[in-house]
Design a protein around this ligand. Sequence first.
Ligand code: HAM
Length: 427
Amino acid sequence: MLKTIRGTKDILPEEISSWQNIEKTARNIFLLYGYREIRTPLIEEAELFYRSLGDASEVVVQKQMFQVKRAGSEREGDSNLVLRPEGTAPIVRAYIEHALEKKEGFVKLYYLGPMFRAERPQKGRLRQFHHIGAEAIGSESPDLDVEIISLVNRLLREIGVEGFKIVLNSLGCPEDKKKLSGVLRSKLKNKLADLCPDCVSRFDKNTLRIFDCKNQQCRNTLTDLDLKDDYLCGSCQKHFSRVKEGLKDLNINYEISHFLVRGLDYYTRTVFEITHKELGSQDALGAGGRYDNLVRDLGGSGAGAIGFALGVERILLVAKSEKTKEENRLVYLAGMGEQAQKKVLKLLDDLRGKGIQADTDYQDKSLKASLRKANSLGVRFAVIIGEEELKKNTVSLKDMVSGEQKEIKQEQLITELTQNAKLKAQN
Ligand code: HAM
């Protein structure tokens, strides 16, 4: 039997309402905050990610990018295409390519969609997963950092996620990052024996990533170094203070952690992660931060920018199910016999024309089997037309929640469903 690839998932109809609810909530929140949707291709030049995520980032080092090749083709250049591992770099590419910086200057964009990383699958870690994210490009204002973090906070609450934590740090400008890296190297130089093999190799390639290590002994070694945030220059200090004040003014709780450095190279100044303890080892629901030099690094002007992305699969692991379920508004029609089924088809068309969700079984079931099917679909009302009803031009309307059943004239059905049961589809 052919199956899905490890680390990918079918999202079945029974799960889809949770996905759609999250997506609908996200779109509403983005609208409230003035973000507009952007959709970029799933395939991009590998170069885009090499240049933005950095040679030392996990995605590049651990060869997490899926290459795209034409079947049967081994031509040089075919390996230059990859499935996007994240959304920020493609959006910055689009911002530059379509001269949005000249046309609009400051833009606020959002996106929903699949990302691909060739990681070893485990709970909360897939090879195809989905991001809900936003990127605000063209401003260095710390107030924008506050807006982005408050948006994430509101979005998660609206979706029904509780118990998450916002972890915050500032990496400073590139000079500050270098300074921090230098301090760390000099303090760790004589302690390499206390670090795990991964961290020893990070020491040479990308010292800051040692902060990301989950190994308890590495963590203890770092804690003992007693690092302070005095690596930040005056203007980065000021920026960070304003972000912290702004969050306080909005009553948004956060925790400062100097361990937070993030796995992608483009970050500068504010970085944040949303964690949830129920997630286990992959505890990040989402993350984001400033990337003030990325637009310039990819060939645009020096526009400052900040963004975030939440992992939808991880949200689903912790969201409270009541809030992600939608009320079933379906009306299920059952006709007993050929003539009644003909009537059913006409009524279905009338109901759908009035914006009422309606369906029938198309399997010639008995009344009992039809009602059983209606029950299993969790429908709101069943409409039954048997021989009696056909003769009298009536229908039997069964409320599947209360179990009540009444016979009404066929022409009353729409009024009954739209006005009394208020079933008209919501926009
Ligand atoms: P990221 O931290 O690589 O950041 O991914 C963001 C979130 O995507 C993670 O916190 C996690 O919830 C989810 N995620 C990542 N990898 C996987 C995976 N293999 N399986 C399931 N979920 C996963 C970014 O991608 C940045 N582009 C975020 C950003 C936007 N920074 C600025 N703007």
